[in-house]
Design a protein around this ligand. Structure first.
Ligand code: 13P
Length: 253
């Protein structure tokens, strides 16, 4: 299995369906035929039908931002893996720090959601990352190890082939403060080592590890040139077609 670069946008709670359509048309046009990386846009759930329609037959893939861990039932406000699949979604972000911070997501629910996504043929972008306090307390690696071990508890090596791990230091998200190339590389390399330990060197070499946190048109090339950074999970800059396109073009050939 070859390691693939994946540039993914996380639009968070931005863009109505008509706005999503317009922005995606712009992104599709600017990136037509590019193959150096996979291009994924994780849009708000309500935008998914319009997004899938706007990207049909193109190299832009649509993702969601969350998925519930049960097949169906009395879970008001939640969306199932089958619903996402039927709408044409291929990827889903799981365990974003905003969901952990504001919506009570835990390592245990991240594990359940990941298993459910994979069982239903969705690819999972699983987010891990430390807060500023945790970094200052010098427990970044311990914390990342716990998040990874718990997120993938019981997930088979075969299923892990459909997982991307996104390292997103919480203190770098939406703050304009990016991790330095060395800080990002150090944690991504640590994650790869952990995957080798937990699974195999083959899987570790093949798995895509993204960096996320104020990645933008200016700093993307340097971050993406690091050995263990195989893509980005991009918030703010994915809402502007020219910036997002520059990031896509920053992937080393
Ligand atoms: P920003 O790129 O806006 O910092 O957001 C990063 C992020 O949270 C992507 O999931």
């Amino acid at each position: 299995m070859e390691r693939r670069y994946v540039i993914a946008g996380n639009w968070k709670m931005n863009k109505t369906p008509s706005e999503a359509k317009a922005l995606l048309e712009e992104i599709v046009k600017a990136n037509d035929g590019k193959t150096a990386c996979d291009i994924v846009l994780c849009v708000p759930a309500i935008d998914i039908p319009a997004a899938v329609e706007a990207t049909k037959g193109t190299n832009v893939i649509i993702g969601a931002q969350n998925v519930h861990f049960k097949d169906n039932g009395a879970y008001t406000g939640e969306i199932s893996a089958a619903m996402l699949k039927e709408c044409g979604v291929e990827y889903v972000i799981i365990g974003h720090s905003e969901r952990r911070q504001y919506f009570g997501e835990t390592d245990a629910t991240v594990n359940l959601r990941t298993a459910q996504a994979l069982a239903n043929g969705l690819k999972a972008i699983v987010c891990v990352g430390e807060t500023l306090e945790e970094r200052k307390d010098n427990i970044t690696f311990d914390l990342i190890a716990i998040q990874i071990k718990r997120a993938f508890k019981g997930i088979s090596e075969e299923d892990m082939k459909n997982v991307i791990i996104a390292y997103e230091p919480v203190w770098a998200i939406g703050t304009g403060e990016t991790a330095t190339n060395e800080q990002a590389e150090e944690v991504c390399a640590f994650i790869r080592g952990l995957i080798a330990e937990l699974y195999s060197v083959d899987l570790a070499n093949a798995i895509t590890i993204q960096y996320g946190g104020s990645m933008n048109a200016k700093n993307a090339a340097e971050l993406l040139a690091m050995d263990n950074i195989d893509g980005g999970l991009i918030g703010g800059a994915s809402l502007k077609a020219p910036d997002f396109t520059t990031i896509i073009d920053s992937v080393k050939a």
